[in-house]
Design a protein around this ligand. Structure first.
Ligand SMILES: Nc1ncnc2c1ncn2[C@@H]1O[C@H](COP(=O)(O)OP(=O)(O)OP(=O)(O)O)[C@@H](O)[C@H]1O
Ligand SMILES: [Mg+2]
Length: 250
């Protein structure tokens, strides 16, 4: 078991490879996340962005390479260590952000029930606070099907923050949202960085959102890093795929 050290990057991926059958999805990917910064990951559909996030929290196993998460080498971690590492990470999935059969309150309380010893009253208070922090306290007694997609993402974010993670991973947090709601989600992500110094990785196709929130951008193509830098560098990049992304978003 390896203790967490403050000098270590919160997430570090080295030489990551992953194939499904004949299809090579990640082909030797290496990067580290910067503490307290927002890193956006862009890339065509099917380039392995969601697979990357799943590998990073141990929901998929790499064919080669290593992943260190919150001080743990997750490819060699015991189930107990993997659980400890995961507790430091909040995750907002691309699909089905919430459990359909639970109320909003039960959804947000879920990780608290599972991983803390809070009493029912303490849990209720904490859920209330979390919902206030994403502006969703009025929906506490509703079912997910009774609120909009943007509201579901907010509640999903409240749930992802329940255990006060140091790292939050977002898979397409603004997909399918109108521009105003997308901007609200984007400002929540920025707030997490500025107020709580949370390190985040945000997979997105939404270049406008990336422009507003990213301290750093990584562009993936054919399983490799095509670009890694700031938005300023991105704007000046002469890499054809980057130029195409910028043109499409203009
Ligand atoms: N469990 C799996 N079994 C087989 N193939 C898979 C599995 N998970 C992902 N893939 C394949 O890996 C590739 C990358 O998938 P992934 O979901 O990571 O793409 P993505 O970059 O997130 O795309 P999008 O932008 O559309 O969300 C796809 O071709 C997908 O079909
Ligand atoms: Mg995806």
């Amino acid at each position: 078991m390896e203790p967490k050290t403050d000098s270590e990057p919160p997430v570090s991926v080295t030489g990551l490879r992953k194939s499904f059958g004949e299809q090579r999805v990640l082909d030797g990917l290496t990067f580290q996340l910067d503490t307290g910064k927002v890193t956006c990951v862009l890339g065509r559909s099917g380039t392995g962005k969601s697979v990357l996030l799943k590998l990073m929290i141990g929901l998929e196993t790499p064919d080669a390479g290593s992943i260190r998460l919150a001080g743990y080498d997750i490819s060699t971690a015991s189930p107990k260590e993997l659980n400890e590492a995961r507790m430091k990470v909040g995750f907002l999935f691309q699909q089905s952000a919430l459990y359909d059969s639970m109320t909003i309150e039960e959804n947000v309380a879920f990780p608290l029930r599972r991983h803390t010893k809070l009493s029912a009253a303490e849990r209720r208070d904490r859920v209330q606070q979390l919902l206030v922090s994403v502006g969703m306290e009025k929906a506490i007694a509703k079912m997910p099907s009774q609120i909009s997609g943007g509201m579901q993402k907010r509640v999903g974010l409240a749930r992802a923050l329940a255990l006060e993670p140091a790292i939050v991973m977002f898979d397409e947090p603004t997909a399918g949202l109108d521009p105003i709601t997308a901007a609200e989600i984007a400002s929540l992500i920025v707030e997490l960085r500025d107020k709580r110094r949370i390190t985040s990785i945000v997979v997105t196709h939404d270049l406008h959102t990336a422009r507003t929130i990213a301290d750093r951008l990584i562009v993936l193509d054919v399983g490799k890093t095509l670009f890694d830098g700031t938005f300023g560098d991105f704007n000046k990049s002469e890499i054809p795929f980057v130029a195409q992304l910028l043109k499409d978003a203009a």
